[in-house]
Structure formats: C-alpha cells, structure tokens
Design a protein around this ligand. Structure first.
Ligand SMILES: CC(C)(COP(=O)([O-])OP(=O)([O-])OC[C@H]1O[C@@H](n2cnc3c(N)ncnc32)[C@H](O)[C@@H]1OP(=O)([O-])[O-])[C@@H](O)C(=O)NCCC(=O)NCCSC(=O)C[C@@](C)(O)CC(=O)[O-]
Length: 357
C-alpha cells in the first residue's frame, strides 16, 4: 500500500514539499484508534473474564469509532492477560458489521508465531451470515482486520519488551510484511518510547525515531503509531519530533500519535500533533492501560477526554460521547478501578443532573 504512494526513500524525500502541503491541509475529520481492549487491558494483574473482553469490544464497535485494537498475539508467558486473544478474535469475526460505521479490527503481533496464530483464527472463522433473510447474497465478508507490529526507538526498551535488538525486531517483521502483503492484510507499526524511555530517559533521539519510521514505511507499514509509552513527552519535544519526522520525509498522514497520559501532557501534545496536520490518535476508553515494560507509566489518554477536546475544536470524530462515557464507567467498574476520564465522568454527571442518564 505504501509502496504505491512512495516506493523509495529518495522518492519520499523528493516529494516532501508536496506531501507537507497535503499533511497540513485543513481537515475537520480525526480518526480515533481505540486501543483499550489491548493496550488498556494487557497490564491488568487480575484475570479478566473472556466475556468482559468480548463485551468491551462489542460495545466499542457501536460508538462510531472506526478502528479498534482488539487483542494481541504475544507470548502468554510474558503477557498472560492477552492469552485469550484467539477467542476474542473468533468472536470479533463472528460479529455482524457494527453500526454506525464498519470497524477495522487490529491485532498486535511481535513475530512470525504471533502472525501464524492470527491467520489460524482468521482462516478458520466462518463467514458472517447475511444481515437479513431477505438479503440476496448467500454469504458475507468477515470484518476487516489488520496486524500491528511493534518495535522501539531505544535498544534497552526493545530488549525488555521483545527480548531482541532493534535490528533483530526488524528482521522478525520481514516474514510478517511479506505474508500480510500476499494475503492483502494491512500492517501498522508502533515505535515505542519515541518521547522518553523508562531505561534511557526522556531525551530519545528524534532522528532514531525518524529513521525507524522511514524504514518501517519502506518495509510496507501503512501507518506508524509514534508512541509516547512513558508519557514523558512535552510540547517542545513533541514539536521537535514531528519536525524531524517531516524532514525525514514522513508525512503527517503516515502517522498516528499514541500518548500515555502519565504527566497529563497527552492533550497539549495532541494540539501540537493537530497543528502539524496529524489526524489519527490512539486512545483508550476510560483511560485504561499501561505497558508491562514501562514501570510507573499510566494509561493511554482517555478516549472521552480526546473526543471532548476534538469536538470542542470543531473537529469531527464520529464518536458518540454518551456511549463512550458509559463504556468508560462500566469497564473501570468491572476492573475495580477509578474511571480515569475526567471528561467522561463530567459528561455522565451532567446527564444525570439533567435527568437524562
Ligand atoms: C516478543 C516475544 C514473543 C519474544 O519472546 P521470547 O521469549 O524472546 O521468544 P522465544 O522465541 O524464546 O519464545 C519464548 C516462548 O514464547 C513462545 N512465543 C514466542 N512468540 C510467541 C507468540 N507470538 N505468541 C505466543 N507464544 C509465543 C515460544 O513458543 C516460547 O514458548 P515455550 O517454548 O517457552 O513454551 C515475547 O518477548 C513477548 O511476547 N513479549 C511481550 C511483548 C508485549 O506484549 N509487550 C506489550 C505490548 S507492546 C506495548 O504495549 C507498547 C505499545 C504497542 O502499546 C505502544 C507504546 O505505548 O509504546
């Protein structure tokens, strides 16, 4: 997919000016990638029932959010909470297309084994039955699915997270890209610790992030999720990182931003992203989340907080705030946790006061 747009690093650099204009073109649509079911739940210590995971994904599919990262095919020995991911995916594939918009479901995958497990589920899932008996078609496609791979901008984090070097992580991706391409499955790529590493500190080299982003795009990634895993990102360093990415030929539309809200900088940093032309943001309902390999880091920026801010700026996410706020309240109660979304809590309190809850 990316190859068609920009086959080589040189071509990418040559058309930089044109792509910059594209990136900064005014657009009132912002794409929310809801990562709560994966990033949000993976670090929970208490085993979460499969039924709760399935209900979370199913309810999210009816909020208007266009992308949901539903689960991950990683080693259960390292992330036991994701051990039921095959069952979650089986359920997703059995679902009739959600309303109001079709959802793209993403599944995190670190290596060939994860990819093989993903395809095992995909290939064994029956086609979804047609929506009504009057339908003329006898079969219906499965929901659209995609793989998300992940590496990091520092050697220490890559080693802790995936037990390999940065270069080895890229090697692991080669069979994933080639198989996914042959099977017409999209691949998204995360770059963790782009704005701060728990082991190497806040000053991660933006050029390391940019080089990695260019390499991953050239390998075939259709989007780079630039992740502030630790939440150490600040407005000046986010600005610098986005400028460095742009100078390396990475377009604003090639990236999504993934902010953890540890220091309450996710929304200020989002404003920087918006000014730069980035229109895709990863969020987790109710502010769920945390990475098992980033001690002390809190959850992703809450979807409700992001949606509230974007709507206040006149931007369109397509997300139903009421449904999202209710899910944030529900899932945190299920997990026995406080709801981390300030906007979600305020929205529900106001509805209750107005007698509309
Ligand atoms: C990367 C590996 C797999 C390497 O794991 P390893 O231990 O180096 O690999 P290995 O090849 O030696 O295998 C060890 C065992 O795991 C099995 N195994 C190997 N691969 C798989 C697989 N895919 N699925 C299931 N099982 C697998 C393998 O078969 C073997 O089983 P055993 O022989 O011991 O029974 C491992 O280190 C791992 O799974 N780590 C977990 C990484 C993880 O999930 N981190 C959290 C997600 S990333 C994140 O949260 C950041 C992000 C994306 O949100 C963005 C951000 O905010 O930064």
């Amino acid at each position: 997919m990316f190859a068609a747009r920009a086959p080589s690093r040189l071509t990418r650099l040559c058309s930089l000016q044109c792509r910059r204009r594209l990136a900064t073109a005014a657009s009132d649509k912002v794409r929310i990638i809801e990562v709560g079911p994966r990033d949000g739940l993976q670090n929970e210590k208490k085993s979460i029932p499969l039924a709760t995971k399935v209900e979370l994904t199913e309810r999210l599919a009816h909020t208007g959010v266009p992308v949901i990262e539903a689960a991950s095919f990683v080693a259960p020995k390292w992330v036991p909470q994701m051990a039921s991911s095959a069952e979650v995916m089986e359920h997703v594939l059995r679902q009739p297309p959600p309303s109001p918009v079709p959802v793209l479901y993403q599944f995190l995958c670190p290596n060939q084994k994860g990819m093989d497990n993903f395809f095992k589920v995909l290939d064994s899932a029956p086609l979804t039955p047609p929506p009504s008996p009057s339908s003329t078609s006898s079969k219906q496609d499965k929901p659209e699915v995609e793989l998300s791979i992940f590496t990091a901008a520092t050697e220490s984090f890559t080693r802790k997270n995936t037990n390999c070097s940065m270069a080895e992580s890229l090697e692991r991706f080669k069979p994933i890209f080639s198989t996914a391409k042959a099977r017409n499955i999209g691949v998204r790529a995360y770059i963790s610790v782009a704005l701060g590493c728990p082991y190497e500190g806040p000053n991660v080299d933006p050029h390391a992030v940019a080089n990695l982003a260019v390499t991953l795009l050239e390998m075939g990634a259709n989007e780079i999720s630039v992740a502030d895993t630790t939440g150490m990102g600040t407005v000046p360093r986010t600005k610098k990182l986005l400028e460095t990415l742009s100078q390396a030929g990475v377009r604003a539309e090639d990236i999504a931003l993934h902010f953890h809200d540890t220091y309450a900088q996710a929304l200020p940093n989002t404003i920087v992203g918006l000014e730069h032309g980035v229109r895709s943001y990863d969020t987790a309902v109710g502010g769920l989340g945390g990475c098992p390999y980033s001690p002390g880091a809190t959850g992703n920026v809450a979807t409700e907080d992001m949606v509230h801010m974007l709507h206040s700026l006149g931007l369109d996410t397509g997300v139903d705030m009421q449904r999202m706020a209710e899910i944030g309240e529900w899932i945190n109660a299920e997990l026995g946790k406080a709801n981390e979304s300030r906007a979600g809590k305020a929205f529900l309190a106001q509805r209750k006061a107005a007698g509309k809850a």
